[in-house]
Design a protein around this ligand. Structure first.
Ligand code: HEM
Length: 490
């Protein structure tokens, strides 16, 4: 498991191949990491300690030197490579090219070294532990294992030589429950500490003086019978059915820590899990959550013929992929993993949303009822088709009058597939002509309040017959963003 997770974070985060499966023993990075962590935990900071524990100090220095040199090489190789060092879609690129918008500061190579080492350590140990515990629990619980096999066979089919598709992995919901339940009983980062900024009393009962710390033992929290009931100690993935999760207080489960210094990989993992669980339409949820976390007052123009207001129980095919907005609004029956993704629940109120280019014929009765009950503003697709620019101006005004920041969610299947075949979904041809959609989008992007754009359901493979359409589309988005006042002026 260590080999698997180390290779994964190395490759995904930093384009580095540890090639652990071509070795008989762990990569030396693992030994250096275990040595350094062990020595750090043993160190008490006592006078003369480093003199007495000379051997330990020597090993610690050697382990640190090994990790530093290895990571420095990764950074130098990226810089020296033929490609643009910031061009790869990974964490290292973000660190090499990222600029703080306020201070204009960048990370220097020393800082990047420390970040990479942190990610390599934090990003593999915990996940390999989780996979080990999950395997143990599956072997201990034949009925759960049988259910897991059944799901995997049903979803992935009988041919093990076929690589799973993205859509198939989305459907492995019981496997997800097994992983969550494993992290409940044996959270692989089992302890985290919190301290008070000032003297305070928690819940009117517990006095906490600055600067003392409390230590949260996640396994205790995760097995509290007051919350988890009589079966608190029993491994049962049904603790994480949607219904069970929605009945529990959100803070009863903290495998990723708490507050601002909670797992940064959790956001990464949640984004990943959102995509794995829900497909690409749900990416808008993460974007809205991110802007809210930055303290912004956001309004969202949801540019899609579909309202994405269904919840799993309102349709037969329960793909979360086309339910993003229902989850942002916290509609009843929405999946709690997505509803509770941000710093507040629900993420948005109905008056923060405009359904732009909405097609009433494509809505389910459930969606129509949500729009009526919540009184969501709608600019219908016919209005956009007859005057894209005016319609977009009207949407902008509705948001700009009330909110600091404008977010645009653009679903490519709003474009008529027979006009330009760009979208993932080939069956929905009732959308806007390409030039109408792009004209409205350009007007929206020109808003001085623009803070973000999410684009979903784009499938370049469908544009094979018309190779230039994807280039035209990318160029139009690029020029729209480049001229967007909010982006041009930082
Ligand atoms: C099952 C998997 C994981 C678990 C259980 C887990 C758990 C945690 C916990 C509890 C913390 C907070 C520690 C504290 O408050 O002292 C934390 C922090 C952190 N995690 Fe994870 N983590 C996991 C996966 C990952 C992954 C995949 C990455 C990287 C891609 C990652 C990167 C980090 C980093 C960088 C921090 C420090 C964040 C900060 O101080 O701001 N973790 N993790």
């Amino acid at each position: 498991m260590t080999s698997l997770t180390l290779d994964t974070i190395g490759l995904c985060g930093f384009g580095y191949r540890f090639n652990s499966f071509y070795r008989d023993t762990n990569h030396p990075f693992v030994a250096a990491m275990i040595g350094a962590l062990g020595a750090s935990m043993e160190t008490r900071g006592l006078p003369l300690e480093s003199l007495i524990k000379k051997d330990r100090e020597r090993h610690l220095r050697a382990d640190i030197l090994y990790m530093n040199e290895m990571v420095d090489r990764i950074i130098q190789e990226r810089r020296a490579g033929d490609d643009d060092p910031a061009g790869k879609p990974d964490l290292l690129s973000c660190m090499l090219s990222g600029v703080d918008r306020k201070s204009g500061e960048r990370l220097d190579d020393l800082n990047i070294r420390y970040q990479v080492i942190t990610f390599l350590i934090a990003g593999h140990e915990t996940t390999s532990g989780l996979l080990s515990f999950a395997t143990y629990f599956l072997l201990q619980n034949p009925a759960v294992l049988a259910r897991a096999y059944e799901e995997v066979d049903r979803v992935l089919g009988g041919d093990p030589s076929m690589a799973p598709t993205y859509a198939q992995v989305n459907q492995l919901t019981y496997i997800g429950q097994v992983l969550k339940e494993s992290l409940r009983l044996w959270p692989t980062a089992p302890v985290f500490a919190l301290s008070a900024y000032k003297d305070t009393t928690i819940g009117g009962m517990y006095k906490m003086k600055k600067p003392y710390q409390i230590v949260v033992l996640a396994p205790m929290l995760h097995r509290d019978p007051a919350i988890w009931g009589e079966r608190a100690d029993v491994f049962d993935p049904d603790h994480f059915t949607r219904e069970a999760e929605s009945r529990r207080p959100a803070n009863a489960y903290k495998p990723f820590g708490n507050g601002q210094r909670a797992c940064i990989g959790r956001q990464f993992a949640l984004q990943e899990a959102t995509l794995v669980l829900g497909g690409d339409c749900t990416i808008g949820i993460g974007t809205v959550a991110g802007h809210l976390a930055a303290g912004e007052q956001v309004g969202l123009v949801y540019f899609d013929t579909h309202a994405d207001l269904n919840v799993p129980s309102s349709v037969r095919e329960g793909a979360l992929d086309w339910m993003g907005l229902a989850h942002m609004l916290g509609e009843e029956g929405a999946a709690p993993e997505l509803v509770n993704i941000g710093m507040r629940t629900p993420l948005l109120q109905a008056d923060q949303v405009i359904l732009f280019a909405w097609g009433s014929e494509q809505a389910t009765p459930f969606e129509r009822a949500v729009i009526d009950r919540r009184d969501i503003s709608v600019i219908p697709v016919v209005e956009v088709a007859s005057g894209p620019d005016q319609a977009a101006r009207r949407a902008r005004e509705l948001i700009e009058d009330r909110f600091d920041r404008l977010l645009v969610h653009f679903d490519v299947d709003v474009i008529d597939f027979t006009d330009v075949p760009l979208s993932e979904n080939t069956g929905r041809n009732e959308g806007l002509a390409y030039h109408h959609a792009m004209s409205a989008l350009q007007t929206l992007l020109a808003s001085p309040r623009l803070a973000g754009l999410t684009i979903t359901e784009l499938n370049p493979d469908h544009a094979e017959q018309d190779a230039h359409s994807i280039e035209r589309f990318a160029a139009a988005i690029g020029s729209g963003l480049a001229s967007a006042p909010a982006i041009k002026h930082g």
